[in-house]
Design a protein around this ligand. Structure first.
Ligand SMILES: *Cc1c(COP(=O)(O)O)cnc(C)c1O
Length: 395
């Protein structure tokens, strides 16, 4: 490119307001450590190492060969995918959905979560977000001109938000509420009683509930995660986001969906139809294969994560860490050893032991004192990680 008189490139104010994307920064340091020749065990980003099952990949291959699938997709999803989602939902949760208006396919659930405030949030409106939490809730609120309000997730309260503690002034301006169980990053689960209180709260204050259910299918020790929509009245106050990413090991494919209150989905759909042109149809057809096909491998995948969880948690306990076994998600949310901040611990793990972990404070101020480790590497690597942590001189 010719250099010469360059005009100044100035970012929009909304972008300047965003905190740096946590994983980009960790990735930068990780690359540095790798360049120095160190072997790195990455327990950072929650991206399954288990492969997408072959029958789903084959469905994509076959569908990609058909020219009919190579055109722009219908922007709000193929009817066959909407029907497969509604069927899966009924089989799994006994919740009945109208595929024509209560189901909305997404280009991954992050896409839908990222776009929902653009449909409902005006400048000055508040969005209630869990702290710590998935960073997208906060970022998209800021991009849409809204104000995120942190709801602390505290261990003493089972990592559930205390909705009764939110000030009246905030509630008056609150438009959306994000909740997420099984939870990333705390790995906490909730019961129907909590969802019941969320429905009452949302009704009382006229708030739209967005439940992020990305991890309902990764559960251990016989735990079965509920859907928010199983709760009476939930379908009137909000929607639930789901994803094929974690359930079917399809993170790179970009396919998820939202279900629930039709008017809320219509608002999100209106934003989407102005911004994207749908999910590649071959991927939609592969998504149908995932939802309608054999589900038995899911049990096997969960068992694999559960063995890793046991190795990591029992290993860390043995060397004196304060950590307990999660009943769902593929994260272990551990206290950092005394005398460390989250960030100092993450830095020590990476620079001294070659282990990438996510500092809890990076996911919200209430995450301080914790560190998140993803169970997305094999058993040998987990044992190696525990071994290296045990040998760390933490003084
Ligand atoms: C992984 C994740 C998602 C996003 O998944 P997609 O790949 O965009 O479908 C959403 N919410 C939480 C809490 C996640 O951890």
């Amino acid at each position: 490119m010719k250099s010469g008189s360059k005009t100044k490139i100035e970012l929009a104010e909304r972008l300047k307001k965003l905190p740096p994307y946590l994983f980009a920064e960790i990735d930068r340091v990780k690359r540095e450590v790798m360049r120095s020749g160190k072997d790195v065990i990455d327990l950072g980003v929650g991206d399954p190492d288990l492969p997408t099952p072959p029958h789903i990949v084959e469905a994509l291959h076959k569908a990609a060969l058909d020219p009919a699938n190579q055109k722009y997709a219908l922007d709000l999803g193929m009817p066959i995918l909407r029907e497969a989602i509604a069927e899966w939902y009924f089989r799994r949760f006994k919740v009945r959905l109208d595929p024509s208006c209560e189901v909305l396919p997404l280009i991954g659930s992050k896409e839908g979560i990222g776009h929902i405030p653009f449909a409902f949030v005006n400048p000055g409106d508040v969005v209630l977000v869990p702290d710590p939490g998935y960073p997208v809730y906060r970022a998209t609120t800021i991009l849409a001109g809204g104000e995120p309000y942190n709801m602390p997730l505290i261990e003493g309260n089972g990592f559930l938000p205390d909705l009764g503690k939110i000030p009246a002034e905030i509630l008056r301006r609150a438009k959306l509420l994000f909740v997420n169980y099984p939870n990333n990053p705390t790995a906490a689960v909730c019961d129907g009683e909590f969802f019941r209180s969320v429905v009452d709260f949302a009704r009382r204050h006229g708030i739209i509930v967005c439940h992020d259910a990305a991890y309902t299918e990764l559960a251990y020790d016989g735990y079965i995660a509920p859907s928010f929509l199983e709760t009476d009245g939930a379908g009137e106050v909000g929607i639930e986001f789901h994803s094929l990413s974690k359930t079917y090991s399809m993170t790179g494919w970009r396919i998820g969906f939202a279900v629930g209150r039709a008017e809320v989905l219509a608002g999100l759909g209106k934003v989407k139809s102005n911004l994207d042109s749908g999910i590649f149809q071959a991927i939609q057809i592969a998504g149908v294969a995932a939802l309608r096909g054999p589900q038995d491998f899911l049990r096997e995948y969960s068992a694999t994560y559960q063995r890793r969880r046991d190795l990591l948690v029992e290993g860390l306990k043995k060397i004196g860490w304060n950590v307990s076994k999660p009943r769902a998600t593929f994260y272990v949310w551990s206290h950092v050893p005394e005398g460390f901040s989250s960030e100092a611990m993450a830095r020590a793990l990476l620079l001294k032991a070659g282990i990438v972990a996510t500092p809890g404070n990076g996911l919200g101020p209430s995450g301080e004192g914790y560190i998140r480790m993803a169970l997305t590497v094999g058993e040998e690597r987990i044992m190696e990680a525990v071994d290296r942590i045990g040998k760390l001189d933490l003084c």
